[in-house]
Design a protein around this ligand. Structure first.
Ligand SMILES: Cc1cc2nc3c(=O)[nH]c(=O)nc-3n(C[C@H](O)[C@H](O)[C@H](O)COP(=O)(O)O)c2cc1C
Length: 442
């Protein structure tokens, strides 16, 4: 079916005609439009005084998610560690979902967010080798292969190679965390299977060098992810379960070969399980490499399925998932008020998740719908660390001036004007070249 060109229409008409603002069923969840908040680690948890090395969510998370909520809009939570080992010595201030205090905290946040009418999914996370050893726990990985150049500089700790028992225990931690998420009132669970974290570590040939049934072949490298998905989906229901993947990612030194085969086979397997959705980070999003280095590296590795801009596409994986009538697909990476429009109409994906622009535009859905300019994000405030103001660059961004509905919002807008709102030109973030350390942390 030809894609209607809606780009020349006035915003109101475009929004009426585009599938972007039409409802969709994602398993047992129903969204009223196709724009989602991408999972964003923001390091604003409160340090626990009860359990060493843990953080829990508090009022500020409620405020942050409620600001970004829309009726029937999908919000995906920041990555929630499933255990102490999932955090290790990194990930400070990241609220998890395994202690009593964290569960109590999330229950409150979720009930307030759900009262807005939003659909709220918890992203579950395990850092594997990306965490260093801490005084409390040792970092683990499918093989004892370390990260050679960490974001902090220098090599990471050599992780402990997981035994079969470690693997089963870790799957158990995810299952318990997923049950906790359900108890907290989340609508569903998404496992973070990208960015070189534990599940992704099993998929990459340069990280997973095992010779048992979890390594050595495409099928064996997929085994952990599939067993993990099966166990978590069995615990909460496949119609509430989702997985995030980054088939072309390089973050955390993921340099696996046979990517198209690896992820296509994985998606073929996932398709049979009828999950709520599969969420892809696209190749266009340059992580820690410069755009040109990334293109060159992918160019060497990928020989087909390139799009017109020279990047490999998710088309083979969408097809493996059953195409337009198969498992719903979310894409993320570099979308803005302009390039978002034909993603759903062209059937490339069913939903689009936005990350960085959502940090600085709490009413991003309104701005897209009404063609309003976007405020530039403030990279140094992506992750806050102790001693800094938690709300700064987190909950203090304003809605668009045409969209203010209370005195509090007007006061925030006036404050924003006083500080000098900086507006982004569409696509500006994609044209940047050069190393973007800290661009994504999780
Ligand atoms: C501050 C920040 C934190 C992030 N945290 C997560 C995370 O917790 N889980 C995850 O899967 N991706 C994470 N990402 C990646 C985003 O979900 C998203 O895929 C990425 O920002 C690309 O989308 P964008 O171009 O709209 O920002 C993070 C990105 C940023 C900028």
């Amino acid at each position: 079916m030809p894609v209607p060109d809606l780009s020349t229409l006035p915003p109101a008409e475009r929004a009426t005609r585009s599938e972007l603002f039409k409802p969709l069923k994602l398993g047992s969840m129903v969204v009223q439009h196709r724009i989602a908040l991408a999972p964003l680690t923001r390091n604003r948890g409160k340090p626990s005084e009860k359990v060493e090395g843990t953080w829990y969510p508090w009022e500020i998370q409620s405020e942050y998610y409620c600001q970004r909520a829309t009726e029937g809009g999908l919000l995906i939570s920041e990555a929630l560690p499933v255990s102490l080992q999932a955090v290790g010595a990194s990930m400070t201030n990241v609220p998890g979902i395994w202690t009593e205090e964290q569960i109590v905290g999330w229950k409150k946040v979720v009930s307030e967010v759900k009262a807005t009418g939003a659909v709220f999914v918890a992203q579950l996370f395990h850092g594997g080798r990306s965490c260093n050893h801490s005084s409390l726990v040792r970092a683990c990985c499918p093989s004892a292969t370390r990260v050679e150049n960490t974001l902090g500089g220098g090599p990471g700790d050599v992780p402990v190679e997981m035994t079969e028992a470690d693997i089963q225990r870790t799957i158990g931690d995810f299952v318990q965390a997923a049950k906790n998420a359900m108890e907290c009132g989340f609508d569903g669970v998404e496992i973070h299977g990208g960015n070189g974290y534990l599940p992704d570590q099993f998929l990459h040939t340069n990280i997973n060098t095992r010779t048992d049934r979890y390594g050595g072949s495409v099928e064996n490298r997929n085994r952990f992810v599939l067993e993990l998905c099966d166990a978590v989906a069995a615990a909460i229901g496949p119609d509430r379960f989702a997985l995030r993947l980054a088939p072309y990612g390089f973050f955390n030194e993921t340099r696996g070969q046979e990517r198209k085969v690896q992820w296509t086979k994985l998606c073929e397997e996932l398709a049979t399980r009828k999950y709520a959705y599969i969420h892809f980070m696209e190749a266009r999003y340059d992580e820690v490499l410069s755009e040109s280095t990334k293109l060159a590296a992918l160019g060497k590795e990928m020989t087909s399925d390139f799009s017109s801009d020279g990047l490999p596409t998710i088309a083979p994986f969408r097809a493996a998932l059953g195409g337009v009538s198969g498992t719903p697909v979310i894409v993320a990476g570099g979308y803005d008020t302009e390039n978002i429009w034909d993603v759903v109409d062209s059937r490339k994906a069913d939903l689009v998740a936005l990350g960085r622009y959502f940090t600085s535009n709490p009413d991003l859905v309104y701005r897209i719908k009404h063609g309003k300019p976007l405020v530039k994000y403030v990279r140094p405030r992506f992750y806050a660390f102790p001693g800094k103001e938690y709300q700064e660059g987190y909950t203090d961004f304003s809605k668009h001036e045409d969209n203010l509905t209370s005195d509090v919002e007007r006061a925030r807008w006036e404050e924003h004007v006083k500080r000098g709102i900086v507006v982004a030109k569409p696509g500006w973030q994609l044209s940047q070249d050069g190393v973007q350390l800290g661009e994504i942390y999780v």
